[in-house]
Design a protein around this ligand. Structure first.
Ligand code: ATR
Length: 271
């Protein structure tokens, strides 16, 4: 049977096996998809063993996305810019290919599932870690009017801006953010600590859409903060998770699943 897996550490709470199994059922594809816990120093060998065994494709999650980028012999341009790979497969010559579907997942969730306009929008992205770097190229290719990256450590935001010379992207401290935005995306890990980045209140008004790349059973701290300040819409990252998986599935299988039903099922499951 065609075998796929997600590799990470930790991995027990990964929703990828459930998502890909639902996609397979829905599209009538016969495959197996497992969650593989990998020791932090054992990733390269785990990948090698996986493909030598004849298995077909891997999803890669924390903390291995950068190492997966290193291992991939061929990378898509969006993966190249992301500096991280979340999707691996081999071609007929046994060459390892890497892609990063996170940014496309975010863009698809914004546009298709939530009707949010990116083209021409003034966008604020909070954070400058791996999660943010992974989504910048797909966001910029939608041609926003402006994209500001604000981060606690300004130098990290500056490094990301430097990856996109000549594009309408700039960096800022949290305190120094100017004006209001059409779309604000939270890619910081602050939610994990139940914290809100210290940003000015005037960034949100009643026509601002807010997107937290995190999700959970409860509303995230960021989304609550935005809703309480009158945001037009608040969205969490569950849709991005499903959409990035759908893109992986179509890379591997050549078939695009219907994400809406899978998203509804997962939403009920985590509630
Ligand atoms: P990831 O791969 O999930 O992006 P990361 O590379 O560790 O993880 O990046 C975490 C991001 O969350 C960074 O932008 C970090 O800010 P710094 O670059 O200043 O470290 C941000 N972050 C983490 N905790 C935060 C907090 N309590 N308030 C604001 N930003 C926070």
């Amino acid at each position: 049977v065609d075998s796929y897996a997600v590799m990470g550490n930790p991995i027990a709470h990964s929703k990828s096996p459930a998502i890909h199994t639902l996609f397979a059922d829905q599209t009538g594809q016969s495959l197996r998809y497992t969650a593989n816990l990998v020791e932090t120093d054992g990733f390269e060998k785990a990948v090698k063993d996986f493909f030598e065994n004849g298995d077909l494709g891997l999803s890669i999650t924390v903390p291995f996305k950068e190492e997966a980028w290193q291992l991939a012999k061929k990378r898509t341009s969006r993966a190249e810019k992301a500096g991280a790979v979340n999707t691996l497969w081999q071609d007929d010559q046994g060459q390892l290919h890497g892609d990063n579907t996170d940014g496309l997942g975010l863009v698809a969730d914004l546009k298709e599932n939530n009707g949010v306009n990116i083209n021409g929008a003034r966008i604020l992205v909070l954070g400058a870690g791996g999660a943010v770097r992974g989504v910048l190229e797909p966001l910029l290719s939608e041609q926003p009017a402006e994209l500001v990256i604000a981060n606690r450590t300004l130098s990290k935001a500056e490094v990301l801006v430097g990856l996109f010379p000549g594009e309408a992207v700039s960096s800022s401290s949290f305190e120094g953010i100017e004006g209001r935005f059409d779309l604000i995306i939270n890619g910081t890990a602050a939610s994990l600590q139940g914290e809100m980045p210290p940003v000015p209140e005037y960034i949100v008004d009643n026509s601002t859409c807010c997107y937290d790349m995190m999700y959970g059973a409860e509303e995230t701290v960021f989304n609550r903060w935005c809703r309480e300040r009158g945001a037009k819409k608040t969205i969490d990252g569950l849709g991005m998770l499903v959409e990035q998986a759908a893109e992986q599935f179509s890379i591997w299988r050549g078939v695009r699943p219907d994400t809406r039903k899978v998203l509804d099922l997962l939403r009920n499951e985590i509630a």
